[in-house]
Design a protein around this ligand. Structure first.
Ligand SMILES: CCCCCCCC(=O)SCCNC(=O)CCNC(=O)[C@H](O)C(C)(C)COP(=O)(O)OP(=O)(O)OC[C@H]1O[C@@H](n2cnc3c(N)ncnc32)[C@H](O)[C@@H]1OP(=O)(O)O
Length: 178
């Protein structure tokens, strides 16, 4: 069950994808950046107490003929998770998609994917997510990926607000321990 302050209690947002509200500098991700011409263009929407995205894999996303490559599954869970985290922080700050304030951008600190069943290549894949912990800069997101209504994978990730060093044009981050 979603906690107060997460996506679960927000009103508004419907019909607007989180990724369509990222600032341009943060809209180049291969998985979900709207400005990346070669990317997957994943779109995350709020759906009641959860978030949802859908993607139909193409033949180049094959692992074994007839089944989806696990890296694609991880990518869908990853990008949907960072968007779910961004939305949770945006809601926590009292905003709704469509507000003029920029949506915060989160990056992946940790990603765990459990592959429960082989994922058939053909049906549209649907990922549902929810923010289960919302901190100052960190959000824990849990998600499930379905193919034709069958649960095929589960994800749990830690997403953190993008550090200034990941802003385009920023100087490189110091190496850990320096
Ligand atoms: C810029 C837009 C790009 C969007 C791309 C979308 C998805 C992606 O593919 S992102 C690319 C892959 N990810 C990366 O490259 C991130 C690389 N890592 C980093 O930059 C940093 O380690 C970063 C930002 C994740 C965390 O560093 P930092 O900002 O110093 O935060 P830090 O203070 O260490 O940690 C913040 C919180 O996250 C937690 N945390 C950090 N790393 C982890 C981890 N691996 N596992 C669990 N928790 C973690 C910390 O414990 C802390 O929790 P709390 O607030 O409860 O104390």
């Amino acid at each position: 069950m979603a906690k107060e302050g997460t996506a679960g209690v927000a009103q508004g947002d419907h019909g607007i994808a989180v990724q369509d509200r990222y600032p341009d500098d943060f809209a180049w991700c291969y998985g979900c950046g709207r400005l990346n011409p070669a990317g997957l263009h994943l779109k995350t929407y709020r759906d009641g107490e959860e978030t949802v995205t859908a993607f139909r894999p193409r033949p180049e996303h094959t692992a074994i003929p007839g089944f989806v490559y696990g890296g694609l599954i991880a990518s869908l869970i990853d990008c949907h998770g960072t968007a779910t985290a961004s939305l949770a922080l945006y809601h926590r700050d009292g905003h709704r998609l469509g507000d003029p304030e920029p949506v915060p951008r989160c990056v992946t600190a940790s990603l765990q994917v459990d592959y429960r069943r082989p994922t058939p290549l053909g049906p549209e894949l649907v990922v549902r997510g929810r923010a289960v912990e919302v901190g100052a800069r960190k959000v824990v997101v849990e998600s499930e990926l379905y193919a034709g209504g069958t649960l095929c994978a589960r994800g749990r990730m830690v997403a953190v607000l993008a550090p200034p060093s990941m802003t385009p044009g920023a100087p490189p981050a110091p190496a850990p321990g320096t």
